[in-house]
Write a protein that binds this ligand. Structure first.
Ligand code: ZN
Length: 315
């Protein structure tokens, strides 16, 4: 636990030990209760949130509002357990409400939209359901420009639509803080005790870039990501530039691959991206999505033609 600016507390979670990535949540305490930005995975409320709040002299039962930045399990998996502990309201991006309320839907649409190229195995699927936990209904649907009040001051929603289709950042002009959650990804994040990096994840090249440019234009002194340390303004802007540079590098890689191969299939392209562009562990949700995003971009520019094929087997 770290205390910033009096009422703003950063919660260190167990995610580094269980899943190999640092994960920080943020809590802002005020007279109307605590606003918690993201809820971790299903285990996080009891493993980390209760104890970290207690260390700051706060009570988990006083969480009045949980804001989920997007529908990935490490940002909303704790919702149901927080409801048991504190019964807060839940606010989340309107664009991802359906995913936030339905684990089967988010797994099918996010992990397995191209089942001929990539499907989870049974163990991965079971792990994922464990991280997601039970779902709760979203009470407040957030859209770009909406505000929530935390610790007596307004935070503004910036829809970035980058790392996930409805991803939001929260801008706190009073404290000079930009909570970017997972949107500013650089060239990825090293996974602890391994040789691999978690690759950047995005689904639409132009939307991701536009979101990053909006974040760069925001007035902030501190950029606060979920999976790493706070960055001052200069370092935050540099990290945004690094994120944009990765997209350019991935775009060049995909264009070069397509030029060499002519006919391109998604699975082999994702594998090449996940092994040649960086130590990104081959085919996974991230490399599949980034490969697809850049293919879509080439299709939109008229440089590629998509082809549908009949796959023999059960219809
Ligand atoms: Zn995420």
């Amino acid at each position: 636990m770290k205390r910033f600016a009096g009422d703003w507390i950063q919660i260190r979670t167990e995610y580094l030990e269980t899943c190999g990535l640092p994960l920080y949540l943020n809590a802002i305490a005020g007279e109307d209760g605590i606003v918690l930005l993201d809820s971790g995975v299903a285990a996080t409320p009891e493993a980390s949130i209760s104890g970290e709040l207690a260390a700051a002299g706060l009570r988990v039962e006083d969480i009045a509002l949980v804001v989920n930045s997007h529908a990935h399990p490490d940002h909303m998996g704790g919702n149901a357990n927080l409801r048991r502990l504190a019964d807060p309201e839940f606010a989340a991006p309107a664009a991802e409400a359906a995913w936030l309320e339905d684990n089967d839907l988010v797994i099918r649409e996010l992990w397995e939209p191209n089942p001929d190229a990539y499907l989870l195995d049974d163990a991965e699927r079971a792990d994922l359901y464990g991280l997601f936990g039970d779902r709760v209904r979203v009470d407040r649907l957030l859209r770009d420009g909406d505000t929530i009040v935390a610790g007596g001051t307004p935070l503004t929603v910036i829809t970035t639509s980058g790392h996930s289709p409805g991803h939001i950042a929260m801008h706190d002009p009073q404290r000079g803080v930009l909570f970017t959650f997972d949107d500013v990804q650089g060239a990825g994040t090293p996974v602890a005790h391994s040789d691999v990096w978690l690759p950047p994840l995005y689904h639409d090249v132009e939307r991701y870039l536009a979101g990053l440019r909006r974040l760069a234009a925001a007035d902030f002194e501190l950029l606060v990501p979920a999976h790493g340390d706070h960055l001052d303004r200069a370092a935050g802007l540099a990290r945004i530039e690094e994120s944009i540079a990765f997209v350019e590098r991935a775009g060049d890689f995909v264009a070069g691959y397509v030029a060499r191969h002519g006919e391109t299939r998604l699975g082999p392209l994702a594998h090449a991206l996940g092994t040649e562009l960086g130590p990104y562990d081959g085919v996974n949700l991230q490399t599949m999505s980034v490969a697809k995003a850049h293919l879509d971009q080439l299709v939109r520019r008229g440089a590629l033609t998509p082809v549908w094929r009949h796959a023999p087997g059960p219809a």
